[in-house]
Design a protein around this ligand. Structure first.
Ligand code: F6P
Length: 394
């Protein structure tokens, strides 16, 4: 068997773990693995050289601990893989024909695509052309597919953000400042929500819960009035300010990209609260560095399971993490619905119980909500001699 593997779109911690897992399991079966460079671009001929290499366990041994990807990647190029609100996946006929020619010339019996939403849609186009494709979901955003509990890369990004917030907190506390921290996530708020909980943020602003700036200001003023020194605001790049996304122009294609809400919010909060406010955009630190152990293990599991799917000749599918099991769904299902934070989910309720401000309630509304949950009768203290009832004290 000769199998091709590539990763496409933005990199994320854990890609190398997938490659290592895949190559190890493939070599146990005496298969040859060809790794394509720089995403789908590696399938296109290049004057004066090839854009792929034979991957052996010698080359991939222990790369599970490294960030980035040994194959290189791109989220631009001939395969339009931007499928957020700014575009959709498409491949022109000539490009597809060239890619198919490479696949045939190398005698590939399967192509494994490690990618996010854009890459999965591109893989779907390959699958529709009759090519045997398997997708492995990757993204720090965790927004890929409703069928998968997590994508690898997400937990590593959350760890980086949480540690950064811990650091920012000490200086914010010293100066009694409001700090606005802008995080990635594309159109989802997973990174902001999880890191906000992990690092005790006061305010978490995410695309899935529309916020009212006046309510955010009201809550911050109430916290400051209660004597709190620092206020930590975590804002997802995809959160809307006054109903609109904040974007910057990307340099290479003149295309609009999410970014800049941290700066805008910082200026507004300083103006509206009167407290000194600074902002910090964590940017690509969230995608860089070594994968955490969860992402290494998930990456390796995905790589190994992809080999098993090929063995069973199950193509046109994407791997998913479903509870403790790695399973698979059709690529169509994987790309059908992005995975977004549900405003009424348990994790959001947990954050609310911690007092996290989402900007959809004023300080008085938040207080009333807590009061509403309190039992009508006064709590009575148990006497010291009272025996614990079943289940208590365990
Ligand atoms: O999709 C992953 C992601 O990191 C997003 O969270 C972010 O919006 C985007 O990629 C950044 O892309 P680039 O590396 O092209 O700036």
């Amino acid at each position: 068997m000769i199998i091709g593997i590539l990763n496409s779109g933005g990199d994320c911690p854990g890609i190398n773990a997938v490659i290592e897992g895949f190559v190890s399991a493939a070599y146990q079966r005496a298969w040859r693995v060809i790794g394509f460079h720089d995403g789908f671009e590696g399938l296109l001929p290049m004057a004066g050289g090839r854009r792929y290499e034979l991957l052996t366990p010698m080359k991939t041994h222990k790369i599970r601990a490294f960030g980035g990807t040994i194959l290189g990647t791109t989220n631009t190029g001939n395969f339009n893989v931007h499928v957020n609100k700014f575009g959709s996946a498409s491949i022109d006929k000539e490009t597809m024909a060239k890619a198919k020619k490479t696949i045939t010339a190398l005698g590939l019996q399967a192509l494994v695509v490690i990618g996010g939403d854009g890459s999965a849609k591109t893989a779907q186009l390959f699958s529709e052309e009759g090519l045997p494709v398997i997708c492995i979901p990757k993204t720090i955003n965790n927004d890929l597919c409703t069928a998968s509990d997590y994508t690898f890369g997400f937990q590593s990004a959350v760890s980086v953000v949480s540690e950064s917030i811990d650091r920012i907190r000490t200086t914010a506390n010293a100066h009694k400042r409001i700090m606005v921290i802008e995080v990635m996530g594309n159109l989802s708020g997973w990174i902001a929500l999880h890191s906000g909980i992990a690092a005790s943020a006061d305010v978490v602003l995410i695309p899935e819960i529309e916020f009212d700036l006046d309510k955010v200001v009201d809550c911050i003023k109430a916290r400051k009035a209660s004597g709190q020194r620092e206020i930590i605001v975590v804002v997802a790049e995809g959160a809307k300010l006054n109903g609109k996304w904040v974007t910057v122009k990307s340099t290479e294609r003149g295309e609009e990209r999410l970014g800049g809400i941290g700066n805008r919010l910082c200026r507004l909060l300083q103006e509206l609260t009167g407290f000194t406010t600074r902002y910090c955009v964590l940017g690509h630190t969230q995608r860089g560095g070594s994968p955490c152990s969860f992402d290494r293990i998930l990456g390796i599991r995905f790589g190994v399971e992809a080999v098993k799917l090929i063995e069973q000749k199950r193509f046109g599918v994407s791997l998913v993490l479903n509870g403790p099991q790695v399973g698979s769904v059709s690529i169509d299902e994987a790309v059908a619905q992005p995975r977004m934070v549900q405003p009424d989910s348990q994790i959001v309720q947990t954050a609310r119980e911690l007092g996290i401000i989402f900007g959809d309630r004023s300080a008085a509304e938040m207080a009333a909500e807590i009061k509403g949950k309190a039992p009508a009768a006064k709590r009575t203290c148990k006497s010291k001699s009272a025996k614990p009832s079943a289940g208590e004290g365990k």
